[in-house]
Design a protein around this ligand. Sequence first.
Ligand code: DGP
Length: 112
Amino acid sequence: MEDCLFCKIVAGEIPGDIVLETEHTVAFRDLNAQAPTHVLVVPRDHYANAAELAAADPAVSAELVTAAAAVAAEAGYDDYRLVYNTGTGVGQSVFHTHLHLLAGRPMTWPPG
Ligand code: DGP
């Protein structure tokens, strides 16, 4: 999609610190890391949020989770948090589905 930041990272048009690529996903480090490991896993195709992706392509939705687990395992973490923000009210700022993988520090619940 034109003017989508994450579509451009997937396409290699702007740089991303890519840590894993699978058939349908790309994982790269978050520019504004909130944990020692903070990676975003995105589908290669454009969807606005997690629910849109899950409705359109459940297999790729699952692939995001398995890719995130692989990144966590490769980094040596058994404990990690996966987050989808949906909507500006909870902090979504990029409207290309992305799964946040956070690991490497203690985390509280409920989240802020
Ligand atoms: P969210 O707030 O859930 O929409 O998450 C968007 C994340 O994207 C946020 O944590 C910061 C990150 N981000 C924004 N611009 C860039 C960029 O150009 N490159 C990378 N790697 N991450 C970015």
